[in-house]
Ligand binder design. Sequence first.
Ligand SMILES: Cc1cc2nc3c(=O)[nH]c(=O)nc-3n(C[C@H](O)[C@H](O)[C@H](O)COP(=O)(O)OP(=O)(O)OC[C@H]3O[C@@H](n4cnc5c(N)ncnc54)[C@H](O)[C@@H]3O)c2cc1C
Length: 321
Amino acid sequence: MSKIYDTLIIGGGPAGLSAALYASRSKMSTLVFEKARMGGQIVITADVANYPGSVCKEGAEHPTGPEIVARMVQQAEDFGAQRVMKEIKKVNLSDKIKTIETADGEIYQGKSIILATGAVPRKLGCIGEKEFTGKGVSYCATCDADFFTDFEVFVVGGGDSAVEEAIYLADFARKVTLVVRKPFFRCAKSIEEKALANPKIEVKYNTELLEVKGDGIAESAIFKNNVTGEEYEYFAPEEDGTFGIFMFVGFDANTNLFKDVITVDNSNFVITNDNMETNIPGVFAAGDLRVKSLRQVVTATADGAIAATIAYKYIKEEFEK
Ligand SMILES: Cc1cc2nc3c(=O)[nH]c(=O)nc-3n(C[C@H](O)[C@H](O)[C@H](O)COP(=O)(O)OP(=O)(O)OC[C@H]3O[C@@H](n4cnc5c(N)ncnc54)[C@H](O)[C@@H]3O)c2cc1C
């Protein structure tokens, strides 16, 4: 606990790793804390087709999500950043020297903190969702599409992720039904057109999933038309025995740890200025946990780079004048 680091980064996703790269390259002593797997959400993605330089063409060599992460980790570590594979359970951000505590009670001190704890897929909240997660219910098409090769699947949601993932799932499943709560999609027109042109995809507008049922594995689901009020139950075909339900209904910010002291919006996403500064001097936020219009690897890494660069200037001003 005696050493005071220049910066402590909470979260080892793209934002935290980019911050670690920029901080350590500026010769700041840097620790990155990660509670699960380095890389955050992107490790569950096979193709990162929209990260500049990651060309995903059929037959072309391109890095997968985990490979991009491995390179990010190596790059940051090559410049001297260190990782600690522990969950941060407590923070004290109000003093000039910030203190954070791991789940096993270790305490670390830093002159600056970069919050990069990201976001997690939102739960729909229907009956049976929790019980059948991993037994029919999934939040990751890339991870689980293969299990449903030649089966029927439902995709719940009408935004970009839902429709893109439905198109992806149609390469595996026999049939994909998009369940859209509104009478229209909320995704980009080009993605909508692609989905509507896919003969394997059917769209049910004004429809909500109420319940997933089964005996140990998803076997049926109850849907409701929210205009007519009509409810109906879908049963997996006997020869299949089960089916898939993929939920893409948004994300929740991972900000419980500090949302009482850091200014957040109504949905608990952190409010920063363009320099990634929060309401507390020396505390920065980067990536999907921020209020922003685009949650992607490219914006997360850009945030991380800015946060580390401004943290460097902050330390020079506040500690070395
Ligand atoms: C299925 C899927 C597909 C996607 N596909 C793409 C794509 O093709 N292109 C693209 O650009 N983007 C894609 N995204 C979005 C992209 O992954 C995110 O925008 C990006 O990962 C955000 O990075 P982040 O570092 O802000 O947060 P995250 O990736 O969420 O990382 C946050 C990290 O912080 C850790 N953490 C949280 N709390 C603590 C704590 N208390 N202590 C220690 N560690 C903690 C978490 O374990 C996690 O590893 C996809 C996302 C998903 C889910």
